[in-house]
Design a protein around this ligand. Structure first.
Ligand code: NPG
Length: 380
């Protein structure tokens, strides 16, 4: 397989509703879309970096720079036997996992299309439906939170996740438990607390949460291990697991009992599969995270979530909750039983609408093989 052409676009899509985490409130999404061409086929990879470095140190601008200057020259025109070879080919580039993942995942899509297989098949997936959970951002009031939870439960989601931060935590959980009883419920702090908050966080133990996600610092492992010793609620790590090695350390330290996998955080599908397999060997269940992806990135997540050890519902909800219209048509839907059907057409298996991509494009660059600086063309 050869990647003959790489197109990079910066896109902007309005969100259907604002989304607030412990670090920001967003009303629109700007993200990079990588399009690869090879052997007469076209494939896609959505980058999960954001405009700001608040979830991770990467941004759209850093990803643009790293893909243009360092990743494109290492993959264009190179003979690849399998997309598993992409991540090792990028070894000289330290970090920048989201930039790497966007290209690596597009390479898997290209490979799957060349094989005439859905991505789930080439990734080693074992199911044709995945369990869907929903993530509810911080709201303006507890009433508003209760209305949102009611709405999402009625839509069938198999678990509710609510975002928490100091000042919006125990009362929010109390509200959901008081109104909706023992629904599967978890919280996500996005690194908003410190170990000094251990006693406060332990107050959540009596609510029977399935887990508390990333309570402490974004790159911490040791404090999470100390916190887990003081909590009955299982800790799930997200931000801290930037590599398979970090997961090995976290598991050895007892820093978590569950891990959230986002391919963008670890550098793509191949590293995600290694992480998934490591967790399976240690009896650590995993679930698939979400980064407010468009239908393209959402479809990519669905395929990965078909692997065996994704045994908990992920943050993969209906696409129209986020974007309407989306970049795909038909949209990704959640059925009344809270599951999503895995696309069965080759590659991502969703129907991408080029006009909608064009309308959302803010910036575009094209790189062709063989890459010399003179062969790089820029601009819309
Ligand atoms: O359904 O895509 C979704 C959102 C899931 O809560 C979600 N994502 O911390 O995992 C997270 C959070 C997030 C959103 C992180 C946007 C970064 C940006």
């Amino acid at each position: 397989m050869q990647i003959e052409r790489l197109e990079l676009r910066l896109l902007k899509l309005p969100l259907v509703q604002f989304f607030e985490t412990s670090f920001s409130r967003v009303v629109e999404k700007q993200f990079l879309l990588v399009t690869l061409e090879g052997g007469g086929l076209t494939a896609y990879g959505e980058c999960v970096a954001d405009v700001d470095p608040y979830y991770s140190s990467e941004t759209n601008d850093t990803a643009w720079h790293v893909i243009s200057a360092f990743i494109a020259p290492r993959v264009l025109g190179v003979e690849l036997a399998h997309p598993r070879e992409v991540f090792p080919a990028l070894k000289a580039i330290r970090g920048h996992n989201m930039a790497k993942a966007a290209v690596e995942m597009a390479a898997w899509d290209l490979y799957a299309r060349q094989q005439g297989q859905p991505l789930t098949r080439v990734l080693g997936g074992t199911r044709d439906r995945i369990a869907s959970g929903v993530s509810i951002g911080i709201q303006d009031s507890l009433d508003q939170l209760a209305r949102k939870v009611e709405h999402e439960l009625a839509a069938g989601y198999q678990r509710i996740k609510i975002k928490i931060k100091p000042g919006w935590d125990v009362a929010a959980v109390e509200t959901v438990r008081a109104r909706f009883g023992s629904v599967p419920l978890m919280v996500d702090a996005n690194a908003a607390y410190t170990l000094a908050d251990a006693a406060h966080l332990a107050a959540l133990d009596r609510y029977g949460l399935t887990m508390i996600e990333q309570p402490l610092d974004y790159d911490d492992i040791a404090d999470h291990a100390a916190l887990q010793r003081q909590l009955a609620t299982p800790i799930c790590l997200d931000e801290s697991i930037k590599s398979v090695h970090a997961a090995e350390q976290a598991i050895a330290a007892g820093a978590c009992r569950i891990i959230n996998i986002k391919p963008g955080r670890v550098g793509g599908y191949a590293e995600s599969i290694r992480l998934h397999d490591l967790c399976a060997r240690h009896g650590i269940p995993v679930w698939h995270g979400g980064m407010l992806e468009s239908g393209i990135g959402r479809a990519a997540n669905i395929h990965l979530a078909t692997l065996e050890n994704f045994s908990l519902p992920g943050d993969i909800a209906a696409s129209q909750r986020y974007f309407n219209p989306d970049l795909i048509d038909p949209p990704i839907v959640v059925d009344a039983d809270g599951t999503i059907a895995v696309p069965q057409e080759p590659g991502l298996g969703v129907s991408i609408v080029p006009d909608r991509i064009d309308r959302a494009t803010l910036r575009r660059a094209v790189f062709v093989a063989p890459l010399a600086s003179s062969a790089v063309s820029r601009g819309v």
